[in-house]
Write a protein that binds this ligand. Structure first.
Ligand code: ATP
Length: 279
């Protein structure tokens, strides 16, 4: 088997002041593939993503192994992480509005990101920026380059965030609900761009989502999280054969076109799921 991009074993995370771990016993590997992490709100999906990027400075993080390519994340200093984050691993968040600086033109923000990671003149960085805006299917990149964040739509903002991230050519991308704020057609465009990154550049992609249908159609494998633990790991194509009652409950709670039930079933959570792990 080829060496994984990421190898996480027995990860536990406790927020400062909390009396229990928000994430515990989480283990998984990520190859050059699309891995979905699903679970309801508060199950710990984003906490896992942020811990991998070491974006939880006040939380207590422990693990038997947190290996990213040639880097032992358990040993990296804050200074080293500044060089790795945004360059070798990146995160895409739900709402680009909060990630873009509102008082700076978007093209300049993208170019500055490039210059932070690579030696380049302003003209070279601008040329790279325009090429990247085109790569994420932005029509008329010259015009968009000079717009402010409030002048662009959510879908365009998300594509600009992806362009910014792409410039650094990361090996790992963690996308945390990247399409939740987008309409259906723009969502498909963004997913196709992310898909291209895995297919053409061989990156490892983690897609954090509460949308089982999206993950089923988009990902190769899926981790199901409940109350801070991974309760089941499955191939996305085998989701319907899930064993764990929580996964089965999540599937039953999904609306389906053509399903004539008047009411969707409501998930009945059981305390023993917090102890019981099947995969
Ligand atoms: N900054 C924080 N300080 C303390 N506790 C936190 C913090 N962020 C998250 N938590 C707690 O950690 C647990 C996991 O939260 P997390 O945001 O990772 O879940 P999630 O599955 O990503 O949910 P969502 O889908 O709503 O984003 C929750 O119990 C939450 O209250």
């Amino acid at each position: 088997m080829e060496k994984p991009v990421l190898d996480i074993r027995n990860l536990a995370i406790r927020y400062a002041g909390a009396d229990r771990d928000s994430v515990r016993g989480v283990s998984f590997t990520l190859g050059r593939e699309r891995l979905g992490i699903v679970g309801e709100s508060g199950s710990g999906k984003s906490t896992v993503g942020r811990a991998i990027l070491k974006l939880l400075p006040t939380a207590q993080i422990s693990a038997d192994r947190m290996q990213f390519e040639d880097i032992d994340l358990l040993k990296t200093s804050d200074r080293e992480m500044l060089k790795i984050r945004g360059r070798r691993m990146s995160m895409i968040l739900q709402d680009p509005k909060y990630s873009l600086n509102p008082i700076q033109r978007v093209g300049r923000q993208v170019a500055e990101t490039y210059m932070r990671h690579f030696p380049a003149t302003k003209a070279e960085a601008k040329a790279k920026t325009l090429a990247m805006l085109e790569a994420v299917k932005i029509r008329d990149p010259e015009r968009v380059h000079d717009l402010y964040p409030h002048e662009i739509s959510g879908g365009m903002g998300q594509r600009i965030m992806i362009a910014m991230m792409l410039l650094a050519e990361p090996e790992l991308v963690i996308a945390d609900e990247p399409t939740s704020a987008l309409d259906v057609t723009v969502r498909l465009q963004v997913l196709e761009i992310l898909n291209g990154l895995v297919r053409d550049r061989g990156i490892g992609l983690i897609m954090i989502s509460h949308d089982l249908n999206l993950v089923r159609n988009f990902c190769d494998r899926v981790l199901i999280m409940f109350d801070g633990q991974v309760v089941e790991t499955l191939k996305a194509s085998e989701l319907d054969r899930a064993q764990h009652p929580y996964t089965r409950g999540l599937l039953a709670a999904q609306p389906r076109i053509g399903d004539r039930r008047k009411m969707l079933s409501v998930l009945d959570r059981r305390p023993e799921w917090s102890q019981e792990v099947t995969a």
